[in-house]
Design a binder for this molecule. Structure first.
Ligand SMILES: Cc1ncc(COP(=O)(O)O)c(C=O)c1O
Length: 355
């Protein structure tokens, strides 16, 4: 595979994946065995949660469905449109080892969702003897130890955050039991959305390999993916995935995405200099990305704009949340990036405020 940064003036760091084949050479020696036998695949993480909730409802009424008060703003509002019995509980996203003392607020027949923050959370929850179901969200911790060794009743993940597929979500029961089938619909809308995002991913790839600047191509793929994302926010159906799309996702599930992140994180951490503006969230485990924590909004915005002006596109996890915990910026360090890229990112970060 060509090294993009030396061939293209268009290469950036971050944002959605460009098209790549699952049998691409770079993935040959990086395979995972983690593959829950009882998994059900979906187009999105949201469909996977809804499927789990509807499955639990087959066994009886859900009293309250608890979600973390610090969480992805799109998913919170999507869930609230689907269910009227949602409440939030307090969780500190800075504390990976926090024990959630959920017995304090749970009642029997409640359901609680626990989020694997930054892929580093231990997901430890104490329910004492309450008769409740626990669901874990491993969207940011796909292949993390908490994900692979979960003891929750149900797990799910938005796979499209980690696998370079147009759409993808997964639900499974860590105890190996089958998830009960539920009524869900076939939808042409999602077949079209898959094709639309795939086209966006292909155009992005063409853009990245092009040796000419091509803003029109860039605008085309951004528009395709932006429109598709908006359609996802506005649709609340539980949709069955098409067979051929399921096969595509399965082929990408074999890849050990964390091994690339681990290597890149080790490289970049050695290069980063101390700074006053933020902390890098560190752990023995490999995170979703390199997560930087800021106390101050102005600092975070200045830094973010500086990165964008250097074609590094971080994501804020998440806007519209409780600011008492500060601000978390994720810098992408996944399989797309090389040692040269880690050098570039570190040099750029170290240069912040020095001009
Ligand atoms: C932590 C987390 N969980 C779940 C989801 C939902 O995934 P999807 O967008 O595939 O529905 C998202 C993102 O949107 C997320 O950030």
């Amino acid at each position: 595979m060509k090294n993009l940064s030396t061939t293209s003036p268009n290469k950036g760091i971050g944002s959605f994946f460009s098209f790549v084949e699952s049998n691409s050479k770079k993935f040959y020696n990086n395979k995972t065995n983690f593959n829950p036998k009882n998994k059900i695949l979906f187009y999105t993480g949201r469909h996977a949660i809804k499927f789990i909730i509807e499955t639990i409802k087959l066994e009886g009424n859900i009293n309250t469905f608890w979600i973390p008060d610090y969480y992805c703003q799109h998913v919170t509002s999507w869930l609230k449109m689907n269910y009227s019995n949602i409440k939030t509980y307090t969780v500190n996203p800075l504390e990976n080892s926090e024990v959630i003392r959920a017995y304090n607020f749970l009642n029997d027949s409640d359901v609680i969702m626990v989020n694997n923050f930054w892929g580093l959370s231990n997901c430890t929850i104490d329910i004492k003897n309450k008769k409740v179901k626990v669901i874990e969200d491993h969207s940011h911790g796909w292949l993390s130890d908490s994900c692979k060794m979960s003891k929750a009743d149900y797990c799910f993940a938005s796979l499209r955050k980690t696998l370079p597929v147009p759409l993808g979500g997964i639900a499974w029961k860590p105890n190996g039991e089958k998830l009960k089938t539920n009524k869900y619909i076939n939808s042409n809308m999602y077949i079209n959305l898959w094709d639309k995002i795939l086209l966006g991913m292909k155009k992005k790839s063409e853009f990245e390999y092009s040796i000419k600047k091509n803003e029109s191509l860039k605008n085309q793929f951004l528009k395709l993916v932006y429109e598709a994302e908006n359609s996802l926010h506005a649709d609340y159906n539980l949709v069955k995935i098409d067979k051929k799309h399921k096969e595509v996702i399965k082929s990408f599930l074999k890849i050990d995405y964390l091994s690339f992140k681990n290597k890149n994180l080790n490289l970049i951490l050695k290069l980063l200099q101390n700074n006053n503006g933020f902390n890098v969230i560190k752990s023995k485990s490999t995170p979703f990305g390199m997560t930087l924590h800021f106390e101050n909004l102005k600092n975070m915005n200045n830094f973010k704009n500086y990165l964008i002006s250097n074609k590094i596109y971080p994501s804020l996890l998440w806007p519209d949340n409780n600011t008492q915990y500060g601000y978390f910026l994720n810098i992408h360090i996944d399989y797309r990036y090389t040692e040269e890229d880690m050098n570039f990112i570190a040099t750029t970060i170290n240069g912040f405020g020095k001009n």
